[in-house]
Unconditional design. Structure first.
Length: 242
């Protein structure tokens, strides 16, 4: 049994995209992984070190009780990688009030709830990693991205504040800000990265950054990692007329 197998990492959004790539890599490296996601039907992972926990992080009313129940079973979580999220883009006035609330609930507030639930136990053990999945949208606001950027800027501010708040407790707080990643994130959007290999990041690239953070020397913190495709190319595919 490797040293990594002794560690349990909680990954939200574990069934798809970046979260799935992070989960897969960590399991390959010998970690135990507890994955949170709404639906695991497309990720039937049978690794003996993987525990799937169906949970809708956007349902904030149920979330505190669900997290308490989870922590009653998982008493020693060594790190959390917050990958759950969704994207919706458009001018601010194109969003309904319900859509604004929904986007902020999942991309920001649920992350705060999740970390709030984990912090006491992690502080008691005087060690652990909290890794947020930010975005290039957390670095600069862009046209048609007001709500998404607001959520990601908030997440980045949370990471920076917790970095100072938790240092004395031995916790390491990091945020990764990827550019456009080739995942299903863009399936419901009207734009995509270009087709060339240097127009996008692979989810495995982001997973590699997560592993680097987790396995860095004790006492060293990667506060923030920005990952970008070499060339920023955005496509606007024409809608299918059929």
């Amino acid at each position: 049994m490797t040293q990594q197998t002794q560690k349990t990492i909680l990954v939200s959004g574990a069934s798809s995209g970046i979260g799935r790539a992070v989960t897969t890599l960590l399991l390959e490296q010998g970690y135990r992984v507890t994955g949170l996601a709404r639906d695991f039907s497309k990720f039937p992972c049978r690794d003996k070190h993987f525990t799937a926990v169906p949970m809708d992080l956007s349902d904030l009313g149920k979330l505190p009780a669900q997290l308490d129940a989870l922590l009653g079973k998982e008493t020693a979580i060594d790190g959390v990688v917050c990958c759950a999220g969704s994207g919706r883009f458009g001018s601010l006035e194109e969003f309904s009030y319900t859509q604004i609330r929904s986007l902020l609930d999942l991309n920001l507030t649920s992350q705060i709830y999740l970390v709030r639930a984990l912090l006491p136990g992690m502080k008691q053990r005087d060690s652990g990693n909290i890794i947020f999945m930010g975005s290039e949208a957390a670095l600069a606001g862009g046209k048609r991205g007001a709500i998404y950027s607001a959520a990601k800027f908030g997440l980045r501010g949370l990471a920076q504040a917790l970095r100072q708040e938790c240092a004395a407790s031995g916790l390491r707080i990091s945020i990764i800000n990827p550019g456009m990643v080739k995942t299903g994130f863009f399936d419901e959007l009207d734009f995509k990265p270009g087709d060339a290999a240097d127009n996008y990041i692979m989810p495995e690239d982001v997973a590699g950054a997560v592993q680097m953070i987790l396995e860095s020397r004790t006492g060293t913190v990667f506060d923030e990692i920005n990952l970008s495709p070499q060339k920023k190319v955005i496509r606007f595919p024409k809608p299918d007329k059929n």
